[in-house]
Design a protein around this ligand. Structure first.
Ligand code: NAI
Ligand code: MG
Length: 331
């Protein structure tokens, strides 16, 4: 029996997290879910969108599955999601970008993984006004944070039999900050001679990913570029309904989809649960439940390829419940 914290979240969060719980149970993995909610939905009861018991539960269980969270205005948080990543020092944001047959995209054979630095860069949150008509945002780059994210990317490449790691940067313009990131990436690459290493300037990377996405394998980059490149990836594979993610630290990991709370379809049984389900697959691999992870991923691939039971974002008219049942049937 494994203990996992469940943060259902806001909007479509409860619907898609319930779907994931059902599929994981049907796959025969026994999980003791400890529910601790955060977000807009708990603001009134707790006076904060991030009650201590949520962080305490994740620290205790070391693993969490998290639905999307809406950050309430006036709660004192810039983003509850960013706060969770920072407080738990989840420095790796891992976002696999992979095409499945039957997904609404013209691309094929895309299979790369984004490693986004999750704690600093332009998202360090240090901003101030300079007089009335100017503002500064400070971009922080440290050797320590750069080194651990690049190492995480190479360790993953080694473990998963990946061949190439590409560092993404703008070191030609930001010579000191991105220059340091690139310098550290080159140093770390030397420790992994069996894995090929190259680098791309971020704007060129965007063009390359649209023209030749199948040529890339593992990408590692500072925070802001990772945010942009991973949404580009979601576009390549058929949308946010299919794009999983994970936030990983040295001891704690929080698995969540890339998408938000989708207020436009919340509570209507229309949301695609696959993005969170594939995040659950990443969680099962992290928990060494490899067999169940493989079976769930194959069931998702079958349902997409068959094309009979698809949610609205994939061009069908199935409900969340129906696509979840279809996946369970294939298990
Ligand atoms: P969003 O991802 O919630 O929605 C964008 C569009 O994609 C909407 O049309 C939505 O219906 C659709 N969509 C998203 N997920 C879907 C799914 N699983 N199935 C079918 N359609 C789906 O992004 P938006 O509207 O910018 O943000 C809404 C709220 O979510 C905001 O409060 C934002 O701050 C929050 N958010 C939270 C995140 C997190 O918890 N990690 C990440 C991104 C946004
Ligand atoms: Mg984003």
């Amino acid at each position: 029996m494994k203990n996992v914290t469940l943060i259902p979240g806001d909007g479509i969060g409860p619907e898609v997290s319930q779907a994931v719980q059902k599929v994981i149970e049907a796959a025969g993995v026994e999980i003791e879910w400890e529910e601790a909610n955060a977000g807009k939905g708990v603001m009134e009861e707790y006076g904060t969108p991030l009650p201590d018991e949520v962080l305490d539960s994740v620290r205790k269980n070391k693993v969490a599955l998290k639905g999307p969270i809406t950050t309430p205005v006036g709660s004192g948080f810039r983003s509850v999601n960013v706060a969770i990543r920072k407080k738990l020092d989840l420095y790796t944001n891992l976002r696999p970008v992979k095409t499945y047959e039957g997904a609404p995209t013209k691309f094929k054979d895309v299979d790369y993984v984004v490693f986004r630095e999750n704690t600093e860069g332009l998202y360090a949150g240090i901003e101030h006004k300079v007089g009335e008509d100017a503002a500064e945002s400070i971009k922080i780059t440290t050797r320590q944070a750069s080194e651990r994210i690049v190492k995480a990317a190479f360790e993953y490449a080694q473990r998963e039999n990946r061949k190439l790691v590409t560092a993404v940067h703008k070191a030609n313009i930001m010579k000191l900050s991105d220059g340091l990131f690139l310098e550290v990436a080159r140093e770390v690459a030397e420790e992994y001679p069996e894995i090929e290493f190259n680098d791309r300037i971020v704007d060129n990377m965007c063009m390359q990913l649209v023209q030749y996405p199948e040529e890339y394998d593992v990408l590692v980059m500072p925070n802001l570029y990772g945010d942009v490149i991973s949404d580009l990836g979601a576009g390549l594979i058929g949308g946010l309904g299919l794009t999983p993610g994970a936030n990983i630290g040295d001891e704690i990991a929080v698995f969540e989809a890339v998408h938000g709370s989708a207020p436009d379809i919340a509570g209507e049984n229309k949301a695609n649960p696959i993005a969170l389900l594939l995040s659950g697959v990443l969680m099962l691999r992290h928990l060494k439940e490899t067999d169940a992870a493989d079976r769930i991923e194959a069931a998702v691939a079958d349902v997409l390829a068959e094309g009979q039971t698809l949610t609205g974002d994939l061009g069908g008219n199935a409900t969340t419940t129906e696509i979840t049942e279809a996946i369970i049937d294939r298990l």
